[in-house]
Design a binder for this molecule. Sequence first.
Ligand code: VG1
Ligand code: CO
Length: 543
Amino acid sequence: MVLKRVPTTPFSDQKPGTSGLRKKVTHFRQAHYVETFVQAIVQSVPGREGATLVLGGDGRFFNRAVVQTTLKIAAANGFGRVLVGRGGLLSTPAASCVIRKHGAIGGIILSASHNPGGPDGDFGIKFNTANGGPAPEGVTEAIFEATKTLTEYRIADVPDLDLDQVGTTRIGDMVVEVIDPVADYAALMAALIDFDAIRRLFASGFRMRFDAMSAVTGPYAHAILEGMLGAAPGTVVNGEPKEDFGGHHPDPNPVHAHDLYDLMLGADAPDFGAASDGDGDRNMIVAPGLFVTPSDSLAILSAHATSAPGYAGGLAGIARSMPTSRAADRVAAALGIGVYETPTGWKFFGTLLDAGLITLCGEESAGTGSNHVREKDGLWAVLLWLNILAVTGKRADAIVREHWARFGRDYYTRHDYEEIASDAANRLMDGLREKLAALPGRRIGDFTVSAADDFRYVDPVDGSVSERQGVRVTFAEDARIVYRLSGTGTAGATLRVYIERYEAAPDRLERPVAEMLAPLVAVAGELAEIAALTGRAEPSVVT
Ligand code: VG1
Ligand code: CO
């Protein structure tokens, strides 16, 4: 193997965000940009000499090229073995599963998740550590520091490998194993979920639609739902991963997965609808006639988890990201288990999962997961739902209604203001921070502020501190508004405003969400002066 040392000038903009480094493909394609970031990752891995690395991505445009580059840099930096998904594919949860199962030292996942793909779309690179989870902030900081000082990278000067056949090859001393991207993941699902019960459910005529959104979960869903569980052929739609996701936003929400949403809310709805995102870690659940918010889904899965073999012993605790509704807290209280509130981003669940403090966790952004891997897991959530439906024999909409009847309902909406000017976004957040101290006790509209702060998280396991994780304003009327700026966008800034209100009166559980939350939406706009500061009268996306 010929090893090249290539001189490069450092970059100043390779700071990983909520979930790795995410930029436009055109940005990633500038000379040495990918190589510098990958070199920074690999050299920040202590003990890499001879160790195993996992590699794969969501199949978007540029995935194949970066897989080849990463293999060559890994070989030049002393790794002993790389497990790479066939065709360069691995969903994010499957990568987490493979890292854990094969004792890898970490993994590099190529994805910009739910962001659009293609030559003009987005690309991303993230690093996961040996526990299978997103690198914690200490590690991403070290990677960022390296990108700012690197003057060369090391790369094997070898031809591209054929990654389309399962099998073993080498680059110099480094073994490259091309693996079936589905097999390990499917085996893990079969160990956690009652596949027999779900097989009987499908055999009884239960109909479902799973929309893979032309992204990475297609092969997983085909193999598991239609192959192992006997769902009718055609259950999985858009099941072929495409480099540009068919031109769509692979974001499973009622806006971008509207075909599925419309079908489920129409007269001919099947029994269950679900979708997943670009890299397979998000999920959308739609019952016949009823969209299930991700926050409710976390609460419902938590309440029923023991019906699955993998959770039959009960839950240790539940965690949710701070902006996620407090529906899961109500379940935790009923179960008498701990509940943890973390900053946005899956990396904050890692220590809690590793320490055994929690079993399930989730985010309002369509992320749900458990201690089975260290990433959120879209298909797992769908399978756990199916398990619950199969074991209870109830319809999905009935499960949701029963949940509200028992625990009350946390009406919830998120308003996103995308691609606003960064300085306006920062002014808005700074303005809110300045107001915080004076807010408690203040009456705004029909609401009285009971507490207001900028969320500061102290990790209960390792004591690490994360400041300024979002402004939260809590009201005496059991309502809450949260403001934060996105850390995954690739153009300008995105303001996210999370609005929720609890309602327990039996005759007020099925009101239109927009109507129930309208007064609070008005308060949210007034408090942050959104229209005046951003120039936007309306959000760009409401979920
Ligand atoms: C968003 C979501 C967050 C999620 C992150 C990565 O981050 O809000 O909950 O963990 O995306 O998800 P932000 O910083 O833009 O709000 V994925 O599926 O895009 O990797
Ligand atoms: Co994702």
